[in-house]
Write a protein that binds this ligand. Structure first.
Ligand code: MLT
Length: 320
């Protein structure tokens, strides 16, 4: 197959794919440069940080298979995919484990002033008495979007001795019982926002979630709460969050995703000492990326085998 890998994936996976396929890699591909790269490609492998628009896909007449090496579908035109019957696979599970751990990395770093402690200690300042932090154990963890990733965050919260509550867009009896088994109490968005000490966001970006964490919602959060965003930057109104953090409504925020992402982009929250900013690395563990890579190879092998079967079925039967 003729493959374009448009985002960085596991290096061993690329080497494996190269053995049987014609592979082109451009990890810095942009929406504008994709058409030229895709013009003879049959497979596109991509992550977040790049928009797979209808125009991009229309520029690739041979395109048959799209592999989203992760979870989110917000950067691909799904109407085009459906209308043109393209095969699209996503690989949500491996990244979910990594993102759930990252939520705890951000909560703990904020709650225990780890960045400030490190900075001062390296300067020779022994700020032991100035760096008292907050516990996670015994506190309420609120999950907005207790789905695949959010429920894993909840499970880790339960193991940490937190009271865990969560909300989902369409609660069903099945979801309720599966969350209950994990120790997560399903409740309303309002209760999560108004009572949690730590709020972790895990909703996909859509018209209904864009700017869902706005000035009104931030104003209703428990005073002194921490906000963690590992979902999508568009879910949070960053200017309203800036205000909530500077006015003391929130104690801190950990943001792995941002309204504007990419080289040279600086968040409006960058100047605040009670904010941790990371460059969309939630799913970025070697472990998760290795697992995603193994799935990519399986998906492509299965696709090739199915294509071959279909071609054989169509071939005329030659009678002896
Ligand atoms: C995802 O949706 O899986 C994440 O954004 C990971 C990524 O693509 O970088």
């Amino acid at each position: 197959m003729k493959i374009l890998i448009a985002s960085s994936i596991d290096a061993d996976t690329i080497a494996t794919l190269r053995k049987d396929h014609d592979v082109v890699c451009d990890f810095h591909a942009k929406t504008e440069t994709l058409p030229a790269l895709l013009k003879d490609r049959e497979v596109l492998i991509f992550r977040s940080g790049i928009s797979i628009t209808a125009e991009v896909m229309a520029s690739a007449p041979q395109l048959k298979l799209l592999v989203r090496a992760g979870s989110g579908f917000d950067n691909i035109d799904m109407d085009y995919v459906q209308a043109h019957n393209l095969a699209l696979f996503r690989i949500p599970e491996p990244g979910a484990k990594a993102v759930a751990e990252m939520s705890f990395a951000l909560m703990l770093t904020l709650a225990r002033n780890i960045l400030e402690a490190d900075r001062l200690t390296k300067q020779g300042r022994w700020a032991k008495n100035e760096l008292t932090g907050y516990a996670l154990t015994g506190r309420t963890l609120g999950i907005v979007g207790a789905g695949n990733i959010g429920s894993r965050v909840g499970e880790l919260g339960v193991a940490w001795g937190m009271r865990v509550i969560g909300c989902v867009a369409n609660p069903s009896a099945k979801v309720l019982s599966s969350l209950h088994e994990k120790g997560i109490r399903l409740t309303s968005f309002d209760e999560v926002i108004e009572t949690a000490d730590y709020v972790s966001l895990h909703v996909p970006l859509s018209d209904s979630t864009r700017n869902m964490i706005n000035a009104d919602v931030l104003g209703r959060m428990k005073p002194g709460a921490f906000l963690i965003n590992l979902a999508r930057g568009g879910v949070v109104d960053e200017l309203a969050l800036y205000q909530a953090l500077t006015e003391g409504q929130l104690r801190g925020a950990g943001m792995d995703v941002h309204k504007a992402e990419g080289e040279g982009k600086i968040s409006p929250l960058a100047g605040l000492s009670n904010v941790i900013l990371t460059p969309h690395i939630g799913a970025g563990t070697f472990d998760a990326q290795r697992e995603i890579g193994e799935r990519i190879v399986e998906i492509i092998e299965t696709f090739v085998a199915e294509q071959a079967k279909k071609a054989q079925a169509k071939a005329p039967v030659v009678m002896a």
